[in-house]
Design a protein around this ligand. Sequence first.
Ligand code: ZN
Length: 183
Amino acid sequence: MKKKSIKPIKPITKYIIYPVIAGVIIFVLQLIIPNIWKNLAKVVSAIFIFLGSSVLIKWWVFILLLLVVLLFITGIIFLMIIFGKKPGLHWSDYKQDGIDGVLWKWDYDGNTLAADGFSAFCPNCKKRLLYSYEGYNSKYYCDRCDEFRFIKRGNHEDIIANLYREIERRIHTEEWKENFQKR
Ligand SMILES: [Zn+2]
């Protein structure tokens, strides 16, 4: 079965239809309420007269009210400064950390860690580490410092999977913020 599409009202038709509807409503109202415009004008002028009238209050009440208003405004401005200008430290800013003696860097793909976004660097000289898989072990080696920075059982995928969970843990415990500020 073919789906029937609902045609939206064309903008030009909208400009004609709505004023016509409004006109009809006003016409009907005029029939129901006699002298609608005269009465409406009376109501509006009554409101303005009310707002323009003076009220007698003691000076100390006036000053007190003024102080309350000033305090309220200052409070709002203060809150705006505190909450408005605070540099937002978001977990997505957390993109590197020292984990198991390696400086790991990574990326996010939307709300999750990008599986292919992990890179290992030497914590000492910051050079990218060389990876090798020997005897069921993953080895991360810095050729500049001539040192193995990280050796662990498992292949590269195992290491990344563990890293993934560790980063996730640090985000959940907010531990990352401390590490972030130490940098
Ligand atoms: Zn190094």
